[in-house]
Design a protein around this ligand. Structure first.
Ligand code: ZN
Length: 132
């Protein structure tokens, strides 16, 4: 298993980790298989979405904030219940097919680490599973 270190700089943000995943894939020289990306945190997540227009990421973050406001009728004593809820809504893992030695992402897709309770130092676990 590989690990990617991510340092977040805002309370909530999406960070493009596609370049780091591509370089891991190049090192592993996996031609066909699956890239499994897992977030070992309870207030962060991973998602695939548009890599062209950054306003898409902004809209997703804004809508998540509207759906799950920071202050609410939460019982979690640590005070970051909203971050836990957003992490569950977005999800803790993704899988992307690998073909021809590359991630089979669509033209407009990027892979994003989603911070919901930063800034912090975070980790991403990556398993490249060969199928050939
Ligand atoms: Zn908490």
């Amino acid at each position: 298993m590989d690990k990617i270190q991510v340092t977040t700089h805002s309370h909530a943000e999406f960070i493009d980790i596609t370049p780091e995943l591509n370089s891991l894939l190049e090192k592993q020289a996996t031609k066909e298989g699956i890239c499994y990306v897992y977030i070992p945190h309870t207030t962060a997540a991973v998602t695939i979405n548009e890599n062209a227009d950054p306003s898409v990421r902004k809209d997703i973050l804004n809508e998540l904030n509207r759906m799950v406001p920071w202050s609410g009728r939460y019982t979690h004593m640590e005070g970051n219940a909203a971050a836990h809820i957003k992490a569950t809504l977005v999800g803790s893992s993704i899988s992307v097919p690998i073909t021809g030695g590359k991630l089979a992402l669509g033209t407009w897709q990027g892979i994003y680490f989603c911070e919901f309770d930063g800034p912090r130092r975070r980790e991403v676990f990556v398993q490249m599973i060969k199928s050939e």
